[in-house]
Design a protein around this ligand. Structure first.
Ligand code: SAM
Length: 359
């Protein structure tokens, strides 16, 4: 089995690539997406970084010069208005059936890993995942959804990483409704909805363009499941911050399983996730145990907020198949929702930034 490539920077965000499992054991290390969303979430960065856009402009004009300066009328470069308008580009595909099939390596990698993890995919679930990934590959060439580009990387680090824990999640109890916080390109949420399966799901991301992709992918997934399943799931994509959602009465305490991968520390995910979780349900974070004690410290630091927000002790679930499928150290942290969450949680982003851990 191939080993895992360096697990840094595979999740693109509006802020550029975010380190993911490289920073999973301690998202606090370098400022995490959750903590900064309050400030950054309002403005989306350009999809194409400014430097590459400038380079592209220079190339289009056969010029190596990128400067406009004040006397831009005298610049050899054409005026901005004569450049092609990016909004004129072809619309992004909304149907996976018009896209090329996935190369064989994708399903070879997924199938080998699922075999190791003893997870079986129903034919309609397979079709749904196929459509999700075809759309992701197409959209990712235009919109920065994930820093992982090859079908093999997506197979292992996104699809398998989402699915090798299916048995562990089933053992936690009911998972008929699932909400994925910071779903990004749809992981782990979408593959889980179709495999568990869940009857109702919400994929939440604060960045509009990601939520738009999630909506398109979810529609394709539902269509694929409808081919065979008696009742396809209801999947909603929400362009919202989890902290805002957690204050909405119709969302509070209404999800069996709340998942989050590469979104924040255990404490942060607990504070965002527990208000949304129904009693007896679970918040589950995808984490990397790099063996240096960092994850254990992160779990210990989360105890206070878990308790305050109505949760039990955070528990590490070791995934027996992780190493065998080339994802060594990948594990889950599960927090059971035991009591009603007091209204004050989740706290507003600014307050959480000031005091990430309760004192
Ligand atoms: N879960 C996906 C994965 O593992 O591939 C994406 C991970 S990416 C590093 C983090 C995502 O969480 C980004 O898409 C970001 O927009 C989103 N995010 C961060 N804080 C959030 C919040 N408070 N509410 C909703 N989405 C959030």
């Amino acid at each position: 089995m191939a080993t895992l490539p360096a697990l840094h920077h595979w999740c693109a965000s509006g802020d550029g690539a975010q380190s993911e499992y490289g920073n999973l054991a301690g998202f606090g290390d370098r400022g995490d997406p959750i903590g900064q969303t309050g400030r950054r979430g309002k403005t989306e960065r350009p999809v194409v970084p400014e430097t590459s856009r400038r380079r592209e402009r220079g190339q289009r004009n056969g010029s190596g010069s990128f400067g406009h300066g004040r006397n831009s009328d005298r610049s050899p470069l054409p005026r901005r208005s004569s450049l092609p308008d990016p909004s004129n580009r072809a619309p992004l595909p909304e149907s996976a059936t018009e896209l090329p099939p996935l190369p064989a390596i994708f399903w070879q990698t997924v199938d080998a890993g699922l075999h190791e993890a003893d997870v079986t995919l129903a034919p309609e679930a397979r079709l749904a995942i196929d459509r999700h990934v075809r759309l992701l590959l197409a959209w990712n060439t235009v919109i920065n959804l994930t820093a992982l580009r090859t079908p093999e990387q997506i197979a292992r680090n996104h699809v398998l990483d989402s699915l090798i824990c299916v048995d562990a999640l089933r053992d936690l109890g009911s998972a008929s409704s699932l909400l994925d916080i910071g779903s990004g390109a749809g992981f782990p949420g979408l593959p889980l909805v179709v495999t568990l399966p869940a009857a109702r799901a919400a994929l939440v991301d604060s960045i509009g363009k990601k939520a738009r992709f999630l909506g398109v992918a979810a529609a394709q997934v539902v269509e694929a499941l409808a081919i065979d399943a008696l009742e396809p799931p209801n999947i909603t994509a929400l362009a919202e911050r989890a902290e805002d959602l957690g204050q909405q009465p119709n969302q509070r305490a209404s999800w069996d399983l709340v998942t989050a991968r590469a979104v924040g520390t255990v404490a942060e995910v607990a504070e965002l996730g527990l208000p949304l979780t129904s009693r007896g349900g679970h918040v589950v974070c995808w984490k990397l145990d790099s063996g240096d004690g960092g994850l254990q410290r992160e779990i210990a630091a989360a105890r206070r907020i878990c308790q305050a927000a109505g949760g039990g002790e955070p528990r590490m679930l070791i995934l027996a198949a992780a190493e065998r499928v080339g994802l060594p150290g990948h594990c889950l942290i599960a927090i059971e929702k035991r009591r009603e969450t007091p209204d004050r949680y989740p706290r507003p982003a600014a307050e959480r930034r000031r005091a990430p851990l309760l004192s």
